[in-house]
Design a protein around this ligand. Structure first.
Ligand code: URA
Length: 208
């Protein structure tokens, strides 16, 4: 049974506080998104399987390396792109798939408008990344899509979540662990996390 993991490390909390500030500009917000994603990814990869190897140094060292399946990151467009630099700075060999999903106004149905995955996605451990886990609609749809492609092991990583998104995602995909820097109070009627940090996509790309 999976659950939510809040990374309460002081560096993560400090950086999210700076991101929340309306006065934080595009350049700094983008850098903070990437740095925070990297720190959360450090925790999200804590359970990667390892194997012992023997190497020759000044003597013979029995030491460990990561083993098992290779990784892929899948950012949900658009805001998820802001996390990619950070997570790939930790795992540069990871492949990257992209998925674009929007919510139909009115019905709130998830509509996929773009998907491009590595050919071997089904053999990889996948970490889906997005800035915010708000209603959970996009995350739920992206993960459903990946499961239909045969992916067996999926985690979800975001900067901030809220109770509504957390509960919806865990109910839809009880096997998927969520890693984030905080769970804020609530979701407002426009689908924004409160207090949150505003529209993460606009703040990362400077589109407002
Ligand atoms: N997406 C955002 O960018 N911000 C929110 O608060 C919720 C969804």
């Amino acid at each position: 049974m999976a659950g939510i993991h809040v990374v309460d490390h002081p560096l993560v909390q400090h950086k999210i506080s700076l991101m929340r500030d309306k006065m934080t500009g595009v350049k700094e917000f983008r850098e903070l998104t990437s740095e925070t994603a990297m720190l959360i990814c450090y925790e999200a990869t804590r359970d990667l399987p390892m194997k012992e190897i023997t190497i020759e140094t000044q003597g013979i060292a029995k030491t460990k390396v990561i083993s098992g399946r290779k990784l892929a990151f899948v950012p949900i467009l658009r805001a998820g792109l802001g996390l990619v630099d950070g997570v790939t700075s930790l795992i540069p060999a990871a492949k990257i798939g992209h998925i674009g999903i929007f919510c139909e106004p009115g019905t709130h149905d998830a509509v996929k408008y773009y998907s491009k995955m590595p050919d071997d996605i089904a053999e990889r451990e996948v970490i889906v990344v997005d800035a915010m886990l708000a209603t959970g609609t996009s995350a739920i749809a992206a993960i459903k899509d990946l499961k239909e492609m045969g992916v067996k092991s999926i985690k979800f990583l975001c900067i901030l979540a809220c109770p509504e998104g957390r509960d919806a995602l865990l109910a839809a995909h009880p096997d998927v662990d969520i890693y984030c820097g905080g769970v804020d109070e609530s979701l407002n009627e426009k689908g924004y996390i409160v207090p949150g940090l505003g529209d993460a996509g606009d703040r990362i790309f400077g589109t407002k």
